[in-house]
Design a protein around this ligand. Structure first.
Ligand SMILES: [Zn+2]
Length: 434
């Protein structure tokens, strides 16, 4: 294996030090390292973060390879500083059997850019009627621990209860897309002043909050683990804060776009801003930032949702919901959370690596940057300034709301168990994972 000497990187909570990577492991850290390595990297001014872990990625394969493949999605992940992503189950076919989750897991191994942990569907075909083979997916080679019907809400309370009870047996977690379906029929954007002015169907905050309130009560009742996907409203934050104060086993994530953008952008009628849950108000953004800073919200998760141009370059009402996010997440978090003084880089490592790895029970990820640990590592340049150019994305899709926008920071290098997947901001060609 190639060895790397990373010189003078900024370590979290300490002075600049050098990091030696040999045989996939962080073998030395210090100020006066004399070791020789195959590759020398000048990391002056770069922050060394643990490899990022995404709890919420849509890789689209199998079935929508025109939008993304496991290969292009994991390349996008590596460029964004990720070493592990959870692949959502709303593929074609749906990842609701051991066979499909194993297929996604194998495609991840073959890509070599990033670990792919498949998420299993909660219900057969995401139809919300009948529990999928949760145990078989857990027992498969993919070792599924996170289950979600994401894209759809498990709205039947009895099915949700059974799922929560079932996953307890193997320390699994149900990740809920909280959207009361009847309250969001025909919804096109956040329900509020802007939707009223534009005459677009509203997606009210209460449709998210009602499901979260029910689910935290269910999770407490059966003593199981609940994870709330893409929290988007101030009211949801209050419910989660209450549930955590009760000591219930509830975790939550927020997307980068809900930390930065508001429904005012919908006035442009540009479908690039159409997403589910929708962009909310400035008050919601403020509450989400505060909750991420104080730990009420555990993690940033991208909800990377690639769509081909024909599904986005159309009128608002007909456009697909979702945004790509893997390649801009860390920069958006720097802008929204670090440059505003709300979160330190230690906090970023906690919310984007340590905690998501713990929620997904990924033992090899979210580890500290210290000697003896697997070398899952990002070198990030927070001083870099540049505008977002979607044509440079590794993702197969270009539906980013940040096109042409100046965002701070850039991933300089990413290492997956000591193998460089990105160097000097560019992908390094990979073979199959050993
Ligand atoms: Zn969702």
């Amino acid at each position: 294996m190639t060895s790397y000497l990373i010189r003078n990187a900024q370590l979290l909570g300490g002075p600049a030090q050098s990091i030696l990577i040999t045989d996939g492991v962080i073998s030395e850290i210090g100020t006066g390292l004399t070791a020789e390595a195959d590759v020398d990297i000048d990391a002056h001014g770069l922050i060394a973060l643990p490899g990022l872990v995404d709890l919420h990625t849509h890789l689209r394969e199998p079935g929508r390879e025109d939008a993304e493949t496991v290969l292009t999605g994991t390349q996008a992940a590596a460029k964004g500083g990720y070493t592990a992503v959870h692949a959502m189950a709303n593929t074609f076919p749906v990842a609701d059997t051991a066979g499909v989750v194993e297929q996604v897991w194998r495609l991840g191994r073959a890509s070599g850019y990033c670990d792919v942990q498949p998420v299993g569907a909660v219900t057969v075909g995401l139809e919300g009627k009948k529990l999928a083979e949760l145990g078989a997916m857990h027992d498969s080679a993919a070792g599924v621990r996170v289950f979600s019907d994401d894209g759809k809400c498990v709205d039947d309370a009895v099915i949700m209860r059974r799922a929560l009870e079932y996953v307890k047996a193997f320390d699994g977690v149900v990740a809920q897309h909280a959207q009361e379906p009847r309250l969001t029929e025909g919804a096109q954007m956040n329900e509020g002043q802007v939707s009223g002015e534009l005459g677009l169907g509203g997606w009210p905050a209460v449709a998210e909050e009602a499901i979260i309130a029910r689910d935290v009560l269910l999770a407490a009742h059966v003593g199981s683990r609940l994870h709330v996907c893409h929290v988007s409203t101030a009211g949801s934050v209050e419910i989660i804060r209450w549930a955590k104060a009760k000591g219930w086993n509830v975790t939550a994530e927020v997307t980068p776009h809900h930390l930065l953008l508001t429904d005012e952008l919908v006035r442009s009628y540009d479908p690039v801003y159409k997403v589910n849950p929708p962009l909310r108000t400035a008050e919601d953004v403020h509450a989400l930032r505060t909750a991420l800073a104080d730990g009420t919200i555990d993690a940033v998760a991208t909800d990377h949702a690639p769509h081909p141009a024909e599904d986005k370059d159309c009128e608002w009402a007909a456009a697909a919901m979702g945004m790509v996010g893997l390649e801009t997440a860390l920069s958006v978090v720097q802008q929204a959370m670090v440059d505003t003084g709300l979160l330190t880089w230690e906090g970023v490592a906690d919310r984007m690596s340590h905690r998501p790895a713990r929620i997904g029970r990924l033992s090899g990820h979210g580890r500290p940057v210290s000697v003896g640990e697997p070398a899952n590592l990002v070198l990030f340049d927070p001083a870099y300034r540049g505008s977002v150019n979607p044509d440079s994305f590794a993702s197969r899709s270009r539906n980013t709301p940040y096109r042409g926008l100046d965002l701070p920071g850039r991933v300089h290098a990413t290492f997956l168990r000591g193998v460089a997947t990105v160097l000097a901001g560019e992908l390094v060609e990979q073979g199959e994972l050993a």
